[in-house]
Design a protein around this ligand. Structure first.
Ligand SMILES: [Cu+2]
Length: 340
């Protein structure tokens, strides 16, 4: 794979991801192929128009067929198209299939801004990623269709309400680039009573801008700690985050995901069982006795209706797709810390 580190050129922005060089190679191949064909065809046209112009004493004669020539100009473009399809499809697969060790970051798009949620639930309006590490973005929209676009990464994908779409990339050097929305997603030029807003207060698709910051692993860890990810320091060293730190993070998720509207931590009964003292207990459910352990808590977050504790309505919605494995581990650590 060629190095993807080239600076911006007249036609293309700077290269900042591993597949940027391949994308650009194909772009320039198609560009120069078009230039050669354009000059060749228009040149031949002008030459023939001049050569066979109307002159006294010359009579037009039909040219008839030239079979080898006709086969040649039919077959040659077929091979060029097969080659272009092959290169394009190869590049597409490369950009679609994220490596298994990718770091997952959730992206929420809405009118008109971006939110990036890191594995432990800490979030920010701008995207920070470590250099030379594959990153997978799992993207959702809460209103209309948006499109995540970072020119230097050569990555662009629609973000559609009601489904997840994903992209991945590996940044090749430390730097910054713009994150834009490439789907016209509306705008607001009037207030609720229909009066035209002053220009500075108008907002919309064009203001859906954010920044990508590619950082060294050290800077990225500092950033994660800065936005409240206390486990980052341990994760980056490949160590397990201590239980008490995880429990602290779990408490934040408990508040942020509004778990407290149904589960208390005081023993009081709300819509769902209180988390106080529940860890390790045997509970009676509609599927018999169940031990409250990692497996049961995980299942109850992702498929709340699987085993409902007797005496509760079982109306909890599934958090599947809205909570990462790391966040589940932190919620579990928090529940563990509430043992009496
Ligand atoms: Cu948008």
């Amino acid at each position: 794979m060629p190095e993807s580190n080239a600076p911006a050129t007249y036609q293309l922005p700077e290269q900042m991801s591993t597949f940027a060089a391949d994308v650009d190679w194909l772009y320039y191949f198609i560009y120069w192929l078009s230039v050669v064909l354009f000059v060749g065809i228009v040149g031949a046209m002008i030459y023939f128009a001049w050569k066979y112009r109307e002159r006294k004493g010359h009579k037009a004669e039909p040219t008839g067929h030239n079979l080898p020539l006709e086969i040649g100009w039919t077959v040659a473009p077929i091979f060029i198209l097969i080659f272009l399809f092959h290169k394009g499809f190869e590049g597409y697969l490369d950009m679609m299939v994220a490596p298994a060790n990718s770091m997952e970051i959730h992206v929420n798009a809405k009118q008109w801004g971006w939110e990036f949620v890191y594995p432990n639930g800490a979030s920010d309006k701008e995207l920070h990623v470590p250099v030379h590490k594959p990153v997978k973005l799992i993207m959702a929209s809460s209103d209309v269709i948006h499109s995540f676009y970072v020119p230097a990464l050569r990555q662009k994908r629609d973000v559609v309400p009601g489904m997840f779409s994903s992209v991945w990339f590996e940044a090749t050097h430390v730097g910054q680039d713009d994150i834009m929305c490439a789907e016209y997603c509306g705008g607001r030029g009037k207030d609720s009573s229909g009066n035209e807003l002053p220009f500075e207060q108008m907002t919309g698709h064009w203001s859906m801008h954010s920044m990508l910051h590619v950082e060294t692993e050290e800077d990225f860890t500092k950033y994660l700690i800065g936005i409240g990810d206390k486990c980052a320091l341990y994760t980056v060293k490949g160590q397990l985050c201590p239980d008490n730190v995880q429990a602290e993070m779990g408490q934040k998720i408990y508040e942020k995901k509004a778990c407290q509207s149904c589960h208390t931590t005081t023993g009081a009964k709300l819509v769902g069982p209180s988390w106080k003292g529940i860890w390790g207990k045997q509970e009676s459910t509609d599927h018999g006795m169940v031990m409250v352990d990692d497996a049961y808590v995980r299942e109850s977050i992702l498929q709340p209706q699987a085993k409902i504790v007797t005496g509760y309505p079982g109306t909890m919605p599934s958090f599947s797709g809205q909570i990462s494995d790391q966040e589940i581990a932190e919620v579990i650590a928090y529940i563990k810390s509430l043992k009496d």
